[in-house]
Design a binder for this molecule. Structure first.
Ligand code: NDP
Length: 252
């Protein structure tokens, strides 16, 4: 696993938005980014869970966390624009956007995949990432060194039977990442990459593999050197890459 000695001021003066910050990997990212000096904006579906994360961060780093509950399955472009306007009033720019929220959905052959679930999953995993990116690109463009990270999966790079909408949504995320990376390469300082965390001990992993002993999977905390590095000034030269946490080695 990648080792990174991140100084505690690594992300000082950076403002970073994390989706799915109420649980799992996103929650741990929100806390670690704040621990390293960032102001963090937490997006998630369940207000009570977001408030718990807010309380934990606010107790350690007063005035550096805000929450914005938003259910991606029903949010419209207008909701994302309201969010962008509200952030514009509070911050000069946005230095990082971590697209992390996702639904797993059911495991089913494509032939029997329920179309309503397919649509909901695409709305949350793909369309929300498009809407949010579109609404926040002006704020990201005002940063002198912004990071845009999409969260992928092993089945978003090589698919497997029965992973249905989830696998297809992650392929779409890779396409969105590549398209944006090419568009933004020479016109902004925004660096765009996708990251596959690999199997991680969260509720999603438990739902995907109910018979597995969770202790066999790495914790979200153990992935944080890679997430911190990718959000940091050190990752300035990484762009348009499909990265795996497990074999990440920027020196290669
Ligand atoms: P969790 O299920 O633990 O957390 C998912 C987060 O997404 C929660 O904060 C959840 O909010 C939020 N979310 C779900 N639906 C919506 C919605 N409709 N609107 C807004 N927010 C929503 O997942 P992980 O932490 O395990 O996964 C994080 C990312 O990593 C995902 O993109 C996943 O695909 C990817 N990944 C995970 C792997 C793993 O083994 N864990 C492996 C490979 C990829 P709420 O708390 O309200 O439910």
């Amino acid at each position: 696993m990648f080792e990174y000695s991140a100084p505690l001021d690594l992300l000082t003066d950076r403002t970073i938005l994390i989706t799915g910050a109420s649980d799992g990997i996103g929650k741990v990212c929100a806390k670690i980014f704040a621990d390293h000096g960032a102001s963090v904006i937490l997006l998630g579906r369940t207000q009570s869970k977001l408030e718990q994360v807010y309380d934990e961060i606010e107790a350690q780093h007063p005035g550096r966390v805000i929450i914005h509950p938003l259910d991606f399955s029903v949010a419209t472009m207008e909701d994302y624009q309201v969010l962008a306007s509200s952030l514009d009033e509070q911050f000069d720019c946005l230095d990082g956007l971590l697209h992390n929220a996702a639904l797993l959905g059911i495991r089913s052959p494509i032939e029997f995949y329920p179309d309503q679930q397919w649509r909901e999953l695409m709305q949350v995993n793909v369309n929300a990432a498009f809407y949010l990116t579109k609404a926040l690109l002006p704020a990201l463009s005002r940063s002198t060194d912004a990071r845009l990270i999409f969260t992928s999966s092993s089945v978003g790079r090589v698919s497997r039977a029965y992973w249905g909408a989830y696998a297809v949504s992650k392929f779409a995320i890779e396409g969105l990442m590549q398209t944006l990376a090419d568009e933004l390469r020479n016109t902004t300082s925004i660096r765009v990459n996708s990251l596959n965390p690999g199997g991680t001990r969260t509720n999603m992993r438990r739902d995907a593999y109910p018979a597995e002993d969770p202790a066999t999977q790495p914790t979200a905390a153990s992935l944080m050197p890679v997430y911190l590095y990718l959000m940091s000034p050190d990752a300035r030269s990484l762009h348009g890459q499909a990265i795996n946490v497990r074999d990440f080695n920027p020196g290669k």
